[in-house]
Design a binder for this molecule. Structure first.
Ligand SMILES: [Zn+2]
Ligand SMILES: [Zn+2]
Length: 259
């Protein structure tokens, strides 16, 4: 399977829209100094980080139950309680079967259709980073499109007659209007979504555990303090927190099997 097949077309279109030329056009038209170049470089680095996090979230195995795990005679009785009849494995704590992926996933958070993968023990960091980078990009886009949007609104109020459908200026304005509003909607939704996930991560909960409690407040039995909760997701090396990669030194605390 080629990578291209893994990416739903709406996501490809979305990514295309995010990185459309409006930003470049704006900065080159209105500003011409070193700050613009610096801004452009920072923007594109963040956009590259977004794509990297996106790729890593999609392609990283969220966590597989080791072969024959729980079958050994010496294993504790309590970890053999849960058995998956589909995968024929004992499920460690916090492991769930995903019907979309048709497999068991360690520390399953949720199945995400946007990345065509489950979010679990080994890619939860990448998923959170993806949300952060998407938010930075969409907020930047809102800021740099705000003036265009304002002009369209002013134009709309001053225009007395509806122009012909094929009027290029009219089409361009409609495009700015739609893109800006879509961006604002994405900003609002994603902000709430990221806040929710940061709260879950800080309290060492998963979306599934939260659903089990029907969203009511509860204290997770896995909560080992804010610092360690984050290390279980973001790994042991703070220098790698911003990058969607673990390397040797930055592996998440624990193994996703024993809690
Ligand atoms: Zn299973
Ligand atoms: Zn899944």
């Amino acid at each position: 399977m080629v990578i291209n097949d893994l990416i739903p077309s709406d996501i490809k279109y979305f990514v295309f829209c995010l990185n459309n030329n409006r930003f470049l056009i704006f900065v080159f038209e209105f500003l011409e100094d070193n700050r613009v170049i610096a801004l452009l470089i920072i923007y594109n680095i963040i956009f590259a980080m977004l794509l990297w996090a996106f790729f890593q979230t999609m392609t990283t195995d969220p966590g597989q139950v080791p072969v024959f795990w729980g079958f050994h005679l010496g294993d504790n009785e309590n970890k053999r309680r849960r058995y998956c009849l589909m995968c024929n494995v004992f499920k460690p704590e916090r492991c769930h079967h995903c019907s979309a992926c048709n497999r068991c996933v360690l520390n399953m958070d949720h199945h995400c259709p946007w990345i065509n993968n489950c979010v679990g023990f080994w890619n939860r960091k990448y998923f959170l980073l993806l949300l952060v980078y998407v938010l930075i990009i969409v907020y930047t886009t809102v800021v740099f499109m705000a003036y265009d949007f304002y002009q369209v609104v002013v134009w709309g109020f001053n225009y007395k007659y509806l122009p012909a459908k094929n009027n290029a200026e009219f089409r361009n304005k409609i495009f700015i209007l739609a893109a800006f509003l879509m961006d604002v909607i994405v900003c609002v939704l994603m902000t709430a979504f990221l806040r929710f996930h940061i709260k879950l991560a800080s309290e060492n909960k998963t979306t599934i555990e939260n659903l089990d409690k029907q969203g009511k407040p509860f204290k997770s039995i896995y909560d080992i303090g804010l610092d360690n909760n984050w290390k279980q997701i973001f790994g042991m090396n703070p220098w790698l927190y911003a990058f969607p990669i673990f390397c040797g030194s930055g592996k998440p605390m624990g193994d996703g099997i024993y809690w």
